[in-house]
Design a protein around this ligand. Sequence first.
Ligand code: SF4
Length: 332
Amino acid sequence: MKTTEIEKQPILQVSGLKQHFVLKKEVIFQSKQVVKAVDGISFDLFPGETLSIVGESGCGKSTTGRSILRLDEPTEGNVLFKGQSLTKMNKRELRNIRGDIQVIFQDPYASLNPRRTIRQMLEEAMAIQKVLPPNQRESRMLELMKHVGLRPEYLERYPHEFSGGQRQRIGIARALAVNPKIIICDEAVSALDVSIQAQILNLLKKLQKDFDLTFLFISHDLSVVRHISDRVMVMYLGKIVELSDTASLFKNPLHPYTKALLSAIPVTDQTQRKERIILKGDVPSPINPPAGCRFHTRCPFATDLCQSEEPILRESQNQHFVACHYAENLSS
Ligand code: SF4
């Protein structure tokens, strides 16, 4: 789907989302330590689009997905699904709405019960969400197996009898079984070989069209993100630093961190090769993130202002948002 085709009414609205984890004290008089994994992010997800969240390990991308689903209770902020607040729902309301927002994890084996056949798992998912009367579930399961490219007789098998790619197809079938509107793909292809990755990505794209799905795609792999996304959101130390449609972000990245990430993507066409930007130092601790711009300790363009004043996420170009005081002056 092209950005221009994206409907304007968001299906999911995230506002001021924070996820802070208080660490256990190791010494009795130690002061309280708080990991600010996600620290006040806001964004919309539009029906039918694929919005990817990218960033290095520890940037808060997976925590964002978990907080939306309330697998970890958010510390602050609000998440609206079709106008209803997920953050204010009680457990029963939340259980009812879980069918609408499904998740596919990186390690399908860990999320599939090894003692249950694929049939039992699909049946259970449909029973919990009350999808179809029991006598209609058999045909639905056969349909799902076909959609994800698995043979119907595999329904009787156990997860250990499948390869990594096949297990991910089972994870997708289980998510689809409850007729979701949104699927959060958390590093869904990261553990797979490159050739299998491509197959699963193409399958997801096809299913998105067939089932009218919206994806929140979480990945550290920019090549994968470029292939599947309509829009991309870049996170650094719990904050959004850039958000734009995929073409603009890859053609004209505005934030120095995004530029560094993109410069690290291997290219086959040597005319497209850009000078690699090596960032100095490691990502600072989210327990005590730097004041001002969180990226200033690694940014080659940092000034005094960057150390004292936090840049807000603002629209620099048409629907291209960036959190950097000097983004327009740094354009390459
Ligand atoms: Fe670098 Fe300053 Fe921009 Fe932060 S605000 S990315 S430190 S130039």
